[in-house]
Design a protein around this ligand. Sequence first.
Ligand code: PHE
Length: 447
Amino acid sequence: MSKKESFGSKFGIIAAAAGSAIGLGNIYRFPCEAGANGGGAFFIVYLGIVLLMGLPLMVSEFVIGRRSGKNPVGAFHALVPGSKSWGIIGYMGVLCAFLILAFYCTVAGWTIDAVGKSIINYYHGLDKDTILTDFNNLMNESWQPILSEGIFVFITAFVIVKGVTKGIEKYSKILMPVLLGILIVLCVKSLTLPAAGKGIAFFLKPDFSKITGEVLISALGQAFFSLSLGMGALITYGSYISKKDNLTSTAFAVCISDTLIAVLAGIVIFPAAFTFGIKPEAGNELAFVTLPMLFNQMAGGYFFCLFFFLLLTIAALTSSISLLEVPVLYLTEQLNISRKKATVYSAIAVFILCVISSESLHDNTPLKLFGLNVFNALDAFTSKFLMTIGGLLTVVFIGWKMKKAHFMDEYTNGGKVNMGIRNIMYIIIKFLAPVAILIILITQFIK
Ligand code: PHE
């Protein structure tokens, strides 16, 4: 995607934004968070947050990006000249993209490792304990994770330097529906497992007494992480959206497809986890041990396993591209660095941080921040802090700083679309979303 070119078709922008949204966040992180936060209670809160905060925030980011036509740092300044301090949201986004990429590439490295193991049919016939020990060994290894992370960072940077993002998106338009198809097949298989009922009850049956401040902030963080919000990625993509596209229906389509994939991942993973004796709160191993076990039980398991992990790697790639695009666009637009140099510098910085993140997963690691290993610290700091504050400031910017007439003009494409809901959307962005995010942040702060 070259600079300031706009997406060719409506489906193009949905595919690109959904490509950013759908990734490891849906299939690896969503079940982790749901498992650690009480299952059904988390799920119901999550859905509410996507609808009441995620969707309006996504619309807000698209409005800011398309109206200004700029990167997240330049955008705020361009929309309200003289209000330099709002650019801080953009700087936070650039920082956030770096930090997310560091642990994201660690997880993507495990995915690449799983692709390698699938190719040689390594999982075949292994029991749970062996796959689990293997996964723990991988975390404790030094070179193997670094190699697969390196490959992933390299491919991400390569795609951005070559400007073939659009090419990747063209393929992912075909490949993501295939991923969806595989997930549906896996759901059917998972639902026939002996402990399916228990798994589904855990995942979908809300126990309202389990809704705590921690559940709220985790769901908020997961929603923003999964939808790629609060850090400028979708402001960047917004700057490429054509003036004719309807921002509400685009955002809605992205939110629905992202949530659908996450829900399906939950329906696949929890019944299987309960059946194979993996605790729902297990964390990292939840997806990476449960899924190979599930494939082992299926007819054609070899192919499902291979294609699944391959497609997951591609899904992760379309997300990491959108992450790396944030610092790259900032460096090229604001600091006039060439696209190639900007990508190389950013990728090297990401890789160094990524090595620290993955090495911090060794048992007894000294690599800790705030009492957590660097990997977990980066994850918590970005999703529960940077993205939520970034999201809050973004809706506050639209509601309280940007001229209402400008918002309306952009949101309705100059009075052509969304006329019936424009006032409701504005009220949600101005009052409801910021108050709700603030309440969650305060609840967490008091705790
Ligand atoms: N949404 C992506 C995922 O679910 C991760 C991501 C976060 C991408 C923030 C861009 C910005 O995997």
